[in-house]
Write a protein that binds this ligand. Structure first.
Ligand code: ATP
Length: 425
């Protein structure tokens, strides 16, 4: 049986992954948990999300499916933040893992939910057509994520990473977290690049410890169970209640759709597209840097490096019209929020100055209105201004926002680290 769950938390507390960790332990009484539990990040532009648009799935080998369904639903009812208007839990129980048609539908639904906007009715129709036991609470929106997580468990061969999530003891939920910062820096030093986004060196920040009132104490992301476990074991902190290691689509760029034309871009989707910078970048109130770009049809869109991307904005401000770039990011309100940028080729930039004297090498001065330029020392004259190519101080290659601003789904460059990539640490 595959159990998919979503939308149990609110901004005031809880976390669907915590419910998953609790169930991982409690469901042992009904059978054997198979493989790793899944933590699936879905379309990052969805407005209904509490934080990171996560859902979870667990696979269980059991001969007591009814008891499992009863146990899971009763735990959702006791732990979910039902009073919150935005919390609309959903759970699905998929037993028919040999049913080829159902497998295909769910595998595809997983990818669509990461990339597209899905209606509650679409999820309900699939559940109905395939006869999947499910329960939606309130408006049932959580069924979308629950079904997608189930599809992720069925689908094979997708790129994945791991996250070790440590959970706080219940008595301290909502209070400030006690984590020894020095041990976090040491854990990063000992395990990077096998782990990433534990800290943000450039901005001198600890990234793995959240500040919201949910049960998570810290989360360590990395390429393997071993790497995230090693780092987590080095972190000194308040006592934890439990932990779970999830296989996840975080850090994979699964949300990105490649397009060639701006006309193919839709709001609330995420893209990679090659474009040409068509105006100088400008910085607006709030410190957000905007760079207008256009495609080969001449169609334009604004790309943004928002204030939280910190030092990344300095790179964007160096762009000039004519630069060819490939940008990746989510589109909301007709603006592409840059997660990653490849600087493909640089346009030539020129400085215009008074001519230099061919005899003594000194800079000539204006000889008066419409009278050209004259060297004060040797008297040489010239009519034309001098144009010299400016050094751009920017190297072609791939750059990314710093860890403190990274989207869960965005693939950190350190995962590939090719010669023309500049990982942000
Ligand atoms: P947390 O990360 O703290 O677990 P969250 O950010 O995952 O919280 P949810 O409370 O799960 O947020 O709310 C997201 C809601 O949006 C869920 O009901 C989910 O089913 C729904 N949803 C997810 N992906 C899509 C999508 N592509 N289209 C429409 N709805 C979606």
């Amino acid at each position: 049986m595959i159990i998919g769950i979503d939308d149990t938390d609110s901004r005031d507390g809880m976390c669907t992954t915590y419910l998953g960790a609790v169930l991982m332990d409690e469901l042992q009484q009904y059978g054997t948990v198979i493989g790793d539990p899944l933590l699936i990040r879905l379309n990052p532009t969805i407005p209904y999300k509490t934080r990171g648009n996560a859902s979870i799935a667990i696979q269980l080998d059991t001969d007591r499916p009814d008891a499992v369904m009863e146990h899971v639903t009763s735990r959702i009812e006791s732990l979910a933040e039902m009073e919150c208007e935005k919390t609309n839990p959903g759970v699905v129980f998929f037993n028919d893992t040999d049913h080829e048609h159902a497998r295909v539908v769910l595998e595809e639904f997983f990818i669509r939910t990461v990339r597209e906007v899905i209606s509650i009715d679409t999820a309900k129709d699939i559940i109905h057509d395939l006869g999947i036991p499910a329960k939606g609470y309130k408006n049932g929106r959580g069924l979308i994520g629950a079904l997608a997580a189930c599809g992720a468990m069925i689908r094979e061969g997708w790129d994945h990473t791991y996250e070790y999530l440590a959970y706080r003891q219940r008595t301290v939920w909502g209070t400030s977290r006690s984590v020894d910062e020095e041990s976090v820096w040491k854990a990063d030093l000992a395990t990077y690049p096998g782990t990433w986004d534990t800290i943000d060196r450039t901005n001198d920040l600890i990234v793995c410890v959240p500040h919201s009132p949910d049960p998570v104490l810290f989360g360590i992301r990395g390429k393997s169970v071993e790497a995230v476990t090693l780092a987590s074991n080095m972190i000194l902190s308040e006592p934890i209640e439990r932990y779970a290691i999830f296989r996840t689509d975080q850090g994979t760029d699964m949300h990105l759709i490649s397009v060639e034309r701006i006309a193919d871009i839709q709001d609330m989707h995420s893209y990679t597209i090659e474009v040409r910078v068509c105006e100088l970048p400008h910085t607006i109130r709030g410190g957000h840097t905007i760079v207008p770009v256009c495609d080969r049809d001449g169609r334009c869109i604004d790309c943004a490096a928002f204030e939280p991307t910190k030092n990344f904005r300095k790179l964007i401000r160096k762009l000039i019209p004519g630069d060819m770039i490939r940008v990746s990011g989510s589109v909301k309100e007709d603006t592409l929020n840059i997660e990653k940028i490849e600087i493909i080729s640089l346009a030539c930039a020129y400085d215009i100055s008074n001519p230099t004297c061919p005899s003594c090498g000194k800079r000539m001065k204006s000889a008066g209105k419409d009278q050209g330029y004259r060297c004060r020392k040797c008297g040489m004259r010239s009519d034309t201004l001098q144009q010299s190519e400016r050094i751009r101080n920017i190297t072609p290659g791939i750059y990314e926002v710093p860890p403190c601003a990274r989207r869960h789904l965005a693939k950190p460059l350190i995962r590939t680290h090719r010669p023309n990539e500049f990982p942000s640490r």
